[in-house]
Design a protein around this ligand. Structure first.
Ligand code: NAI
Length: 284
């Protein structure tokens, strides 16, 4: 039986995943603001640092996997917290846990992203890059221009940044090369307290306009089932830097032909350059 860290373990998808893993006999070290083993505020550097260290200590220096589900929805007034929790609350913890994950020999990590990454038009690329560079002040400054919609864009920015971080990081020698699989599950509308709060906070119209071809919202227990598959099934090990949309068809409805795309001439140059780099790396 394995030992797993789950952030956001007190509610919604994190709680459902925690229960599911425990039912299967695994040990879960929950991280959240309340009702868990490691109570920590992931919106502060000190809280993230403490959470990271305490989890490793409780796990005895070895983690079989992690589920990064702590997150804040796009509610006005929380823009900075959204950036800190949804992006740094994933990246800083996973970087600190990397040795413990590598030590398990075959660890699986699932980051909960969002389909807001593709369904929010005009996410500011410079804010995403700033966040990826760890410049939260700069990202917040760029988002302030959106005024009344700043929280919505902060949310989409945070999820885009964390998704790109996963795609950049998952394929590196320190992660894929160390046997760690790092993937994103990108849900659409799932019935959780976060969604209830967003609906109560003026997002009802946007939520109702979001096409849901399957005809019903997602359920946390079903998300937990999918996450558990990614964590526990050997067949899932071929997923690496993947972004799995779990959204009842919303992304496909709005953007059926936007991707996959093969890119243009610049893509050819980049492909050849990276292909050469890969070959060189293999010869070393
Ligand atoms: P939830 O609100 O039920 O659970 C989120 C958990 O994160 C809560 O227990 C909360 O206390 C914790 N958290 C928030 N701020 C924290 C902080 N500063 N420090 C430590 N823990 C903190 O929400 P839900 O829906 O289960 O969300 C899970 C993930 O799924 C989030 O990352 C969310 O952005 C994402 N998501 C949710 C969707 C939905 O429709 N519910 C859709 C797409 C993505």
């Amino acid at each position: 039986m394995g030992t797993y860290a789950v952030t956001g373990a007190a509610s919604g998808m994190g709680l459902a995943t925690t229960r599911r893993l425990r039912t299967e006999g695994h040990t879960v070290i929950g991280v959240d603001l309340r009702d868990v083993e490691v109570v920590a505020d992931l919106s502060t550097r000190a809280g993230r640092h403490r959470a990271a260290a305490e989890v490793v200590e409780r796990a005895g220096g070895r983690l079989d996997g992690a589920v990064m589900a702590a997150g804040l929805g796009g509610v006005a007034g929380r823009e900075r917290l959204i950036l800190e929790v949804n992006h740094l609350g994933v990246v800083e913890l996973l970087e600190a846990w990397r040795p413990a994950l590598a030590g398990a020999g075959g660890a699986q990590v699932v980051v909960i992203g969002s389909n807001s990454t593709t369904l929010t038009p005009m996410i500011p690329g410079k804010a995403v890059e700033a966040l990826l560079a760890g410049e939260v002040d700069e990202a917040a400054r760029r988002l302030a221009r959106f005024r009344g919609r700043a929280a919505t864009f902060a949310y989409a920015t945070s999820k885009t940044a964390v998704t790109r971080w996963v795609r950049r990081t998952a394929v590196t020698s320190g992660w894929a090369g160390a046997g760690i699989r790092l993937n994103v599950l990108a849900p659409g509308v799932v019935s959780t307290p976060l969604l209830d709060e967003q609906l109560a906070g003026g997002e009802r119209k946007a939520a109702e306009g979001l096409a849901l071809p399957v005809g019903e919202r997602g359920r946390p227990d079903d998300v937990a089932e999918v996450v558990t598959f990614l964590l526990l099934q050997p067949a899932a090990r071929f997923f690496c830097g993947s972004v799995l949309f779990y959204d009842g068809g919303s992304d496909a409805w709005f953007r059926p032909d936007d991707w996959p795309t093969s890119g243009g001439l610049r893509q050819v140059v980049s492909y050849l350059r990276r292909s050469r780099a890969w070959t060189r790396q293999q010869r070393r």
